[in-house]
Design a protein around this ligand. Structure first.
Ligand code: NAP
Length: 517
């Protein structure tokens, strides 16, 4: 009997055995850096002369891994192979498909420190952030395995005399999975395993900043969990160069994407265009950007609010779609909250995250480093720089200190545009109503939080704060699989609920069979 799903507990690194295990894993993975990885298509490893490197953001001269660079031809080949594999995989029973996920989850749990270490090197996660990423990946597999079993059998329909009616969910076909680099393990694992649990086959194109962790996962799935050849195909390469080919292919049935609004909209548009030979409407699952706010009113516990703002704004260098990038504070407590947040932020440490003392590592790459610095300059012209702002030389690591800019107008660029870095805008609201209005004034709608002791206001926010994940009196990051099903409104996405009861259904289609006897 399968135990009920429970989120994976986090590691307590104050326990010496855990800290030792992490150090051992960092040393083991450290010895494995710089290796070359092939494509994997239909079980065949394909090595290529043309490769690209994944770099350690905290030490850009260190190569984490070199990756065969898939071309348009490889993208097409991978979709064809996945289409052939689908003819077998779609008939594998849901319980059996789920078993692969449970097996993969068990292996990852056993090797969790190693997976954390890859995240530390490849995307500069602190130990705690790496732990949360790995725990979420395990959760997705445990959760979707159970969901596959639940939705695998006949579903309830109304009885009708003289007929046997049956409704089943059937898989769709080839799913192109295009993840981001920020939850480099969890989101990639979630989208991949939801698709295969539902009976689809996958072409996985990892984000170019984080192919090494994806390669570790694919290896685990195939070599340790024994997933049959062709069910997951691995094609690292430039999204700009071969993403369109994956999306456009006539045999692509679903595109599961998490990333920026710009690329999400491009996929949405291209996937709607019928290709020669295509006999279905493509389905897209698009989870995109955020510009998330924490609202604090004059009745709130201001210390708790300040703690939450700091944790939500600067955890993983602010590179979470759910990160708080706007603190919307009612005028009468604005100065007080601003001071508390600045004081707390001053205590954050930043540096190479192999060192457990660091709260923050580097931002992911040179492009992110340049973009965030540009926004800091914009912020300086739009508001009052309270903290941070200065960066060192990128050659010494893409480090950007936590930056706070006060007195940002609700319609300013810093208030509305996603920066995706450790930059927090403080926005003053006249009163509660105005604060809620500001909270809703972006094109996004992913997460949000309200700090208030007024039940009436919280009820108003429940109704009118237009975000996918709304939190009261706690931070706006850290959603757990199945506990806070995750997905956005508006430009944050297609209302999909990763880790929620209906997510698996996005990868399937209902089929009703009527048998008249
Ligand atoms: P991104 O630049 O949009 O890239 C996402 C993925 O799309 C990468 O694998 C990228 O490949 C690929 N790609 C690029 N061009 C493509 C094309 N023309 N066709 C198909 N795929 C293409 O986003 P990112 O910088 O990795 O991630 C940050 C963004 O993700 C932020 O906006 C963040 O808010 C969002 N995000 C949202 C959620 C959510 O749940 N809503 C969760 C996490 C992150 P390359 O790497 O090779 O360019």
């Amino acid at each position: 009997m399968l135990p009920d799903y429970r989120p994976e507990p986090f590691v307590d690194f104050s326990v010496k055995a855990n800290a030792d295990a992490m150090r051992t894993a960092l040393s083991k993975v450290g010895d494995e850096l710089g290796r070359t990885y092939p494509l994997l298509i239909g079980g065949e490893h394909i090595e290529l002369a043309d490769t690209f490197d994944s770099l350690n953001p905290a030490k850009p001269s260190q190569v984490v891994g070199s990756f065969a660079k898939a071309t348009v031809e490889h993208a097409n080949q991978a979709v064809e192979v996945a289409a052939t594999a689908f003819e077998t995989w779609r008939n594998v029973a849901a319980e059996e498909r789920a078993r692969y996920l449970f097996r993969a989850a068990a292996v990852m749990r056993r090797r969790k420190f190693e997976f954390m270490a890859w995240l530390v090197y490849e995307v500069s996660k602190s130990w705690a952030e790496a732990d949360a990423d790995v725990a979420e990946a395990i959760d997705f597999m445990e959760y979707y395995g159970r969901q596959a079993i639940k939705f695998g059998g006949p579903q309830p329909v109304v009885a009708y005399n003289g007929e046997e009616n049956e409704l089943r969910y059937i898989p769709l076909g080839v799913t192109v999975v295009i993840p981001p680099w920020n939850f480099a393990l969890a989101i990639m694992v979630g989208m991949t395993t939801a698709a295969i649990a539902a009976g689809n086959t996958v072409v996985l194109k990892p984000a170019s900043a984080s192919p090494a962790i994806a390669a570790q996962f694919v290896r685990l799935l195939v070599e340790e969990a024994g997933l049959p050849d062709g069910v997951v195909n691995f094609v690292p390469g430039s999204g700009g160069a071969m993403g369109d080919a994956l999306v456009d292919h006539a045999k692509t049935r679903v595109i599961a994407f998490t990333g920026s609004k710009e690329i999400g909209l491009r996929i949405f548009e291209r996937s709607a265009k019928l290709q020669p030979g295509q006999i279905w409407l493509k389905r897209t699952i698009l989870e995109m950007g955020g510009k998330d706010g924490i609202v604090v009113d004059e009745t709130a516990d201001l210390d708790a609010a300040a703690d939450a703002i700091v944790a939500s704004a600067f955890g993983f260098q602010g590179q979470k779609c759910s990160a708080c990038s706007r603190a919307i504070i009612v005028e009468s407590v604005y100065d007080s909250v601003l001071k508390k947040v600045v004081d707390r932020t001053k205590k954050l440490t930043m540096g190479d995250p192999t060192d457990p003392k660091q709260h923050m590592g580097a931002v992911v790459d040179q492009k992110a480093f340049d973009k965030i610095r540009e926004y800091i300059e914009i912020g300086k012209s739009e508001g009052r720089l309270m903290l941070g702002g200065e960066t060192g030389d990128a050659a010494d690591g893409y480090f950007i200190p936590p930056t706070i800019i006060a007195d940002i107008a609700p319609e300013a660029r810093l208030s509305l545009e996603e920066i995706f870095g450790p930059v927090l805008a403080f926005i003053k609201a006249n009163d509660w109503k105005h604060a809620l209005q500001i909270a809703n004034n972006t094109e996004y709608g992913l997460t949000g939080a309200v700090f208030s002791r007024s039940r009436e206001r919280l009820e108003e926010a429940r109704r009118d704060f237009h975000v996918g994940n709304l939190y009261f009196n706690r931070k706006c990051t850290g959603a757990l699989v199945g506990v806070q099903p995750f997905g956005g409104f508006n430009m944050s996405g297609t209302d999909s609920k990763a880790g929620g009861p209906d997510y698996l259904l996005l990868f399937t289609q209902a089929k009703t069979i009527t048998d008249r006897f």
